[in-house]
Design a binder for this molecule. Sequence first.
Ligand code: FMN
Length: 360
Amino acid sequence: MGFNSFGNIFSITTFGESHGKAVGCVVDGIPAGIKIDEEFIQNELDRRKPGKSKYETPRKEDDRVNILSGVFEGISTGTPIALMIENKSQKSKDYSNIKDLFRPGHADMTYHYKYGIRDYRGGGRSSARETAARVAASAIAKLLLKEVGIDVRSGIYAIGDIEAKDIDFEYAKQSIIYALDRNIENEQKSEIEKARNNHDSIGGVALVKLCNVPIGLGEPIYEKFDASLANAMMSINGVKAVEIGDGFNSAKLSGSQNNDEITKKGFLSNHSGGILGGISNGDDIVLKVHFKPTPSIFKPQKTIDVNGNETICELKGRHDPCIATRGSVVAEAMAALVCADMLLLNMTRRVENIKKVYER
Ligand SMILES: Cc1cc2nc3c(=O)[nH]c(=O)nc-3n(C[C@H](O)[C@H](O)[C@H](O)COP(=O)(O)O)c2cc1C
């Protein structure tokens, strides 16, 4: 039994390890006839790729995408699209001193006890290198969503305690730390630098928005839109919590404060985050994704080795001082994958949609 696939109709299966030859994915369920813009896929990968600034891991990867199948003369053929991204900047020697011990906060210990064998180099399959494949796959999902006018955005809401007040998704696109609020970007940058200079790391929160989603997407009961988004976000490395709409804060409100009143022109507020009963209500779908601080830090920490002996973990290697920044691109990618799947699932929900196939 394998669990490396995600999605129902629009589905992806990813493969690869951090220091293996390549990472990649097979995207299935994509309708025929969609223009597959390779440059767009590459641009999406470039947004996630490491080594762009001092606020990220210095591991430099080209992250060039190779489209292996499913596209003919730039158009999807309805067959599986395989995408491959070669790993070029492995420095496996950096990991030789920790091959027999467990990094606190990372997946080394659980992988060891579960499988009895693990590729310790760069975290193997538990490394966020795998998320490059998700981002490549999501670019295909976004090309499908674009056909119906759905737009997905993201950015950094908080780094540590420093929270955005004025949200600007356009600004986040040009910010080196994906900051949503230009007025506090420098404070957020300093927070990351402070952590890095202290040989430590810092957590953060990404904000993701799906715009122009029609009413009716989401499949009660067990594929509710919000349930699927939560599942998707929690599958990202280092994500510890997800909020839909007002999320945690809604538990502190009264019904009269939390309900989004309805008028002919639409909702008067969006506390629900655009989802009611697991179904999109036509408003923007809004979620916050909480990332923990990077587990691999350069401070010595107590741990045990594979034989159960206590020892000190002292790391070398290249690590992100804050995973939320590049993580925001991954969260956006997962939201696009969920939305594309919900869109295709919804096609089967009304007899009118089925009849349309014969209206020629
Ligand atoms: C974009 C991104 C980059 C990451 N970079 C690192 C890194 O450089 N070093 C590290 O130890 N963890 C990094 N992580 C987090 C680990 O992959 C993650 O904490 C680990 O797999 C354990 O999983 P868990 O935190 O979900 O329990 C990154 C995560 C993401 C999403």
